[in-house]
Ligand binder design. Structure first.
Ligand code: NAG
Ligand code: NAG
Ligand code: NAG
Ligand code: NAG
Ligand code: NAG
Length: 307
């Protein structure tokens, strides 16, 4: 080989390395060592983020991938969510089937690695009514909404964009092709539903494609309950787990539509809750809310409490 050719190969190799370095690798580094010197945001997580430092476990994978190994212990915890009767091998086989269809690692679309990824996490609280938060919500890179969250008729208060919608089969709504489905599986049937909905043409709704689906790791749900909530309540609310998810996938977090309004009303902004006593059901609502409040005081997140 001539020297020139070797040099060319070497240069090519270095270029490839630097591209890899600047994209994927630096992203991972940023996530692991989030720090004023590497983080691309105006404000980054620091030693003042007491609660975040205490509870955050970066090693927990938020989404299932083809290589995720759910421990039998975590499976046991997850089983009790909905009295799942089927066993661990059945779960394992179902997930295996899922990744014969889905890409091995879900693609979290968003700005590139050296940009600050800002997120709006939008809950469904009635405190959004009359808030005029719409433009501020739409301004963020990623806009995460939950379940039946309505947009039409509420644009001024809740915005119009949805890049990610958190759902499970019982709360499924139609998605357009620019919205990702974030599936919180509460039982094996929910994973089977994702397989069916993306492979079968018989199911009339929702019309989405497998490229758009991300399935939350059951171990992540356990972590939200055990580590973040100290096991309070029977299980965490979907809203709370979504918030913890945002801590793992976003650089800067803006939280809207959580908690009651100023009169103590826990309704949704788009409907009146029929059972007034229900409040937050099986979830430790007040405790979840206090965690958000503390993180807002520590300036880890920006918390917009509405009206
Ligand atoms: C933050 O960055 C400094 C300087 O680059 C480095 O020495 C330090 O180890 C980093 N801290 C953490 C927690 O990663
Ligand atoms: C798991 O359940 C399946 C039926 O769904 C059964 O055939 C299998 O023997 C069970 N495996 C174990 C380890 O219990
Ligand atoms: C889980 O599934 C994988 C792939 O199908 C298999 O190799 C592994 O042995 C299974 N483990 C258990 C405990 O069933
Ligand atoms: C998404 O939907 C819009 C409107 O329905 C359509 O114009 C566009 O081509 C679609 N994009 C893809 C990638 O399917
Ligand atoms: C709670 O909010 C809903 C929706 O705005 C409203 O219809 C209802 O009257 C409110 N309830 C109370 C007790 O304020």
């Amino acid at each position: 080989m001539t020297f020139k050719l070797k040099l060319l190969i070497f240069l090519f190799f270095m270029a490839a390395v630097s591209v890899l370095w600047s994209s994927d690798f630096s992203r991972k580094l940023q996530l692991q060592l989030k720090n004023q010197s590497t983080c691309p945001c105006e404000r980054c997580f620091s030693k003042n983020d007491v609660l975040l430092r205490k509870h955050m476990r970066r090693s927990i994978e938020p989404f299932l991938t083809a290589n995720t190994k759910l421990s039998e212990e975590d499976f046991k915890w997850w089983k009790h969510f909905q009295n799942e009767r089927r066993n661990y091998s059945y779960y394992n086989a179902t997930v295996h089937k899922l990744f014969q269809i889905f890409p091995p690692v879900p693609d979290l679309k968003g700005p590139s690695s050296n940009k600050c990824r800002t997120c709006a996490v939008v809950g469904n609280s009635v405190n959004l009514k009359g808030s005029h938060y719409g433009p501020l919500i739409d301004f963020q890179d990623i806009v995460i909404r939950m379940n039946f969250a309505k947009i039409k008729g509420y644009e001024n208060d809740v915005g119009t964009r949805t890049t990610h919608r958190v759902m499970y089969p019982e709360s499924a709504v139609d998605l357009d092709n620019s919205t990702h489905l974030v599936l919180f599986p509460f039982k094996i049937l929910d994973i089977e539903w994702a397989i069916k909905a993306t492979t079968s043409t018989e199911i009339p709704q929702p019309g989405f494609f497998w490229q758009q689906v991300m399935v939350v790791n059951p171990a992540f749900m356990k972590y939200s309950h055990v580590v973040w909530l100290g096991k309070k309540g029977r299980y965490p609310s979907t809203g709370f787990m979504t918030f913890i998810l945002a801590l793992h996938i976003c650089d800067e977090i803006h939280v809207f539509g959580y908690g009651a309004d100023h009169k103590g009303n826990w309704s949704h902004y788009f409907e009146v809750l029929k059972n007034k006593k229900l409040r937050t059901g099986q979830h430790p609502g007040q405790h979840e809310y206090n965690i958000l409040k503390q993180m807002a005081e520590e300036k880890t997140i920006q918390f917009y409490t509405g009206r």
